[in-house]
Write a protein that binds this ligand. Structure first.
Ligand code: HEC
Length: 141
């Protein structure tokens, strides 16, 4: 085999590898998302089929669930938005919410501390991490 052939073969393999890696990033990694969810959401949200509310509503079957429909004492700001402009938790809304909950719904309780629950959540900075998280949220069913 000529050296040029070997080199083209190596190039092809590298391209295939890059395509696989690119695709993985594009579709998100549910395993990474699960760890991110346990670390960033688990303190307030139950993500199992038990459907127990914590400081936040349970997230089982959250993907494409209408906002604010589970039996949970949502904040006034959240209820107002969900009633006046109902929406589903699809990719676009989850992406907005997880980037900056206060930007999406000012006064949401998710981004506020309270005396009995001195933790709050103000968003996931990395777009790659958000993609992994949303990929994981889709598996909760
Ligand atoms: C500090 C506690 C806390 C953390 C941490 C937290 N949340 Fe929440 N979450 C809440 C609260 C409280 C609400 C209800 C908001 C309201 O009533 O304003 C909520 C609401 C939601 C909703 C809307 C659910 C529905 O039924 O409409 C989604 C989706 C959500 N959170 C996802 C997440 C994800 C994903 C994470 C982690 C990346 C996360 N939250 C982290 C407290 C938290």
């Amino acid at each position: 085999m000529k050296i040029a052939h070997v080199l083209s073969l190596i190039m092809l393999l590298l391209l295939a590898l890059l395509a696989v890696i690119g695709y993985q990033r594009f579709k998100g990694d549910a395993e990474v998302g699960k760890r991110l969810a346990e670390n960033n959401c688990g303190i307030c949200h139950d993500m199992t089929a038990t459907r127990k509310n914590g400081k936040g509503p349970y997230l089982w079957e959250i993907y494409r669930r209408p906002a604010g429909v589970v039996d949970f004492p949502f904040s006034a700001a959240f209820r107002k938005l969900a009633e006046e402009q109902p929406f589903l938790w699809d990719d676009e809304h989850l992406e907005r919410w997880l980037t900056n909950p206060m930007g999406f719904i000012p006064q949401t309780r998710m981004a506020q501390n309270s005396k009995d629950h001195p933790v709050s959540f103000d968003g996931i900075q990395s777009s790659g991490n958000r993609k992994d998280l949303i990929t994981y949220l889709k598996t909760l069913q």
